[in-house]
Design a protein around this ligand. Sequence first.
Ligand SMILES: [Zn+2]
Ligand SMILES: [Zn+2]
Ligand SMILES: [Zn+2]
Length: 211
Amino acid sequence: MKQFILILLFSISCSLFAHDHQLQYDSLVEAHFSAAKQLMEKKDYNGAHNEFKELFKLQSTIPDDAAYYYGLNQYYRKNYKLAQQGFEKYMKLRGDKGQYFDSSFFYLAKAQCMEKGYVEEKQECSLCHGTSHSKVKCTKCKGVGKEYCSVCSGSGVVISRNAMGDSYQKCYKCEGTGITLCSVCKGTTFQDGDCPQCKGQGFVLIQKECK
Ligand SMILES: [Zn+2]
Ligand SMILES: [Zn+2]
Ligand SMILES: [Zn+2]
């Protein structure tokens, strides 16, 4: 619980940003921020993280750029969720006029991808070529095109009962063959329907590695 409060205290959303470039900052703000940047250059991201913590702890007004650098540092520390918060904060503060806007945008997308572990891309379905429906093998006759006659159940004869007893006649529907064309595909062996590969969407989602 104590740790949780500390994290909250140091969190970027609780910090006060300048939103103004002309401002004079507290000398400690300048000191911790430039120390953080220098440590980042030396790839000492944990060291830089400590400087950011000190910076946020000051509860003084800090430059907007610190949000960007904080995000970048968290990105290198593989803390992708916190990295996103930094970039989002910076973009919110400076809008698209900020000098690190493009870079924030770029790293934000990367951080989102790294957090998920993959990026999903739509790819045209290879079976229906994006048309979303496809001729599939008839599900009723399994591609045979024929079925047992529904009138005589495949026997080829119909039995009629009367006073004289049973009389057997050649089935009128299948003409005694016991077999008729499939009632679903009418003998074509195929049926139109939603493409089974993309479930009628026309595309499939494939997972790609983060770039
Ligand atoms: Zn398809
Ligand atoms: Zn029949
Ligand atoms: Zn059929």
